[in-house]
Design a protein around this ligand. Structure first.
Ligand code: SAM
Length: 239
């Protein structure tokens, strides 16, 4: 593999997403104009618009304006799970990483609607973000809900959850912190199980978890269920 999981200074040929454009709706644009300065991190870039300057560090307490446990979701999409969780737990701070700008803007719409202020968002590729931008051992939980499944075998190298990603997840979680995952794609679920089984920095039961009760049924999960797919939840604890 030409990509490095720990040194984002190397050019990454393979990323886990396709950069989709998409215009913002009027509502999303208003939410962006009003709220982005307060809730979307201003990330200095290295090369592309989803990269991170490798010298940039985020101070989580400064970003949230308080000292509280931080739960992070990678690929927060339209923010359905993130805002739901933030509304249920005002004592916890929630950080969403998402490369799809209309998704981030929609999250701002929902935050405003739900009166939620304990969420911050970053338009950034999770790989460089976890490599350097985020503090080591700063997170209480890492959530990856329905990552892009990359169905075709020749695209499997694009999947986010691989052995290469383990050191990054391990880096940002505090000891005892939890990494939660869910997918509706059986073959990816099996891959996740194998990755966690081999993941030295994590304690893992070797099998599926109960469905995580803190996750609402998002559009994505509903689509999988409608197609008759089994939803698999997994969780592992940072040693
Ligand atoms: C299949 S969607 C699921 C969205 C959401 N988690 C849900 O359950 O509804 C996967 C999301 O992950 C985002 N994504 C993929 N790779 C990413 C990466 N490396 N960094 C940040 N976001 C990423 C995509 O843009 C997309 O919105």
């Amino acid at each position: 593999m030409s990509e490095s999981p720990v040194d984002p200074r190397h050019h990454r040929d393979v990323v886990s997403f396709i950069r989709r454009g998409g215009r913002l709706t009027e509502r999303q644009q208003h939410a962006w104009d009003d709220l982005a300065a307060s809730y979307v991190l201003d990330v200095p870039r290295a090369v592309s618009s989803t990269s991170v300057d490798p010298d940039f560090r985020v101070d989580l307490a400064a970003v949230f304006g308080r000292q509280a446990p931080v739960v992070m979701e990678i690929g927060s999409g339209r923010g359905e799970s993130l805002v739901h969780a933030a509304a249920e737990h005002p004592d916890i701070d929630f950080l969403g990483l998402e490369v799809y700008v209309p998704g981030v803007a929609q999250t701002l719409v929902t935050m405003r609607h739900e009166n939620v202020t304990n969420v911050r968002l970053a338009v950034v590729d999770a790989v460089p973000a976890l490599s350097t931008m985020l503090p080591a051992a700063g997170l209480e939980e890492l959530r990856v809900w329905f990552p892009d499944p990359w169905h075709k075998k020749r695209h499997h190298k694009r999947r986010l959850v691989t052995d290469h990603f383990v050191p990054l997840a391990a880096r940002v979680l505090r000891p005892g912190g939890v990494w939660r995952l869910a997918t509706d794609w059986e073959d990816y679920a099996e891959q996740m199980r194998e990755v966690l089984d081999r993941a030295e920095p994590f304690e893992f039961s070797g099998t599926w978890s109960e469905r995580f009760s803190g996750r609402p049924i998002t559009k994505f999960e509903a689509k999988g269920l409608a197609k008759g797919r089994t939803i698999r939840d997994l969780s592992a604890v940072r040693r």
